[in-house]
Design a protein around this ligand. Sequence first.
Ligand SMILES: Nc1nc2c(ncn2[C@@H]2O[C@H](COP(=O)(O)OP(=O)(O)OP(=O)(O)O)[C@@H](O)[C@H]2O)c(=O)[nH]1
Ligand SMILES: [Mg+2]
Length: 321
Amino acid sequence: MGNRQEIRELCQRFAAHDRQALSRLLTLASRGEQLEEIRHLVGAARAAPLDGQRGSPSRRVVAITGSPGVGKSTLVGRLIEVLRHQGSSVAVLACDPQSPLTGGALLGDRFRMPSRPEDPQVFIRSLATPGGRGAIPEHIDLMVALLQAFGFAWVILETVGAGQGETAVRHVADVVVLLVQPEAGDDIQWEKAGLFEVADLIVVHKADLPGADKVEAQIRTLVNLPGCREVPVLRVSSHQKEGLEELVKQIEILASQSRTSASSAKARLRDLLRERFVQAFEQLGGQAEELVRGWEEGRLSDEEVFAEVIERMASSSPSAN
Ligand SMILES: Nc1nc2c(ncn2[C@@H]2O[C@H](COP(=O)(O)OP(=O)(O)OP(=O)(O)O)[C@@H](O)[C@H]2O)c(=O)[nH]1
Ligand SMILES: [Mg+2]
């Protein structure tokens, strides 16, 4: 699969605005195949935008994250309606944690989101995400770049934000929106509190349900604690179609701030470097052990081990990464 001939054809079809080619390239990227060629394609498309995309509107990458069942897919469906109404094109990547029991919520996502095959300005793709790295596929940044190169003004990522996915989403999204819902129990599951740290905007979703006031009050208390950065809190009901325009407006505001804020861009770059560094080290596997053995046996000094690790990381890390 994914031989040279195939990838060449795919790139040509992508340049001719073929959605099936886009879809296949996304699959390859999600599997970590043909990364170099795909990066090249994205770079070329950036330099010479596809027909009809010159003077493209500003791009937005938004992550919609929250626990299973909080209503992410439903809300994304509503956002698509609002954005289309405003004339923007939208692509969605729904990152499904692959459930060992049911095979994931993929079907459910397709059902709840409008699939609109007739609308060329909407593209929806579910991605199975095998375990290991949280809910975000490793090459999500490249998938987003593909969708942008294809011309989508908005890219929305749906993710449960579990595990390391939280930080991965932070690197790629301009704005991270965290959904919480009125809980049946007394308190929000505060073990999810880690997610609050990556959220730029918190949505009390299903605001039509009883208990929305209480959750909102709890969240406001939490985000107003001294030392916490200010995070807007909004109430939205997808069922009642309430709060949606306000949500889009807030996302726009935050996205433009995130783009102009050099410090947040720098922080994102630092996080990315750290993550890639750890990945490259992990890829060394047995080689690192071997060097440590050399140190134990007195053949290598600390500095020599370090220098050797750096050198091997540089040569083994796939240039495509
Ligand atoms: N009351 C109420 N229910 C909602 C609202 N939005 C979604 N729901 C319901 O919440 C349930 C879960 O919705 P989904 O959109 O599938 O939630 P999800 O977060 O995408 O779920 P996963 O993809 O499985 O993590 C469904 O039964 C929806 O009908 C809302 O605004 N109000
Ligand atoms: Mg969903």
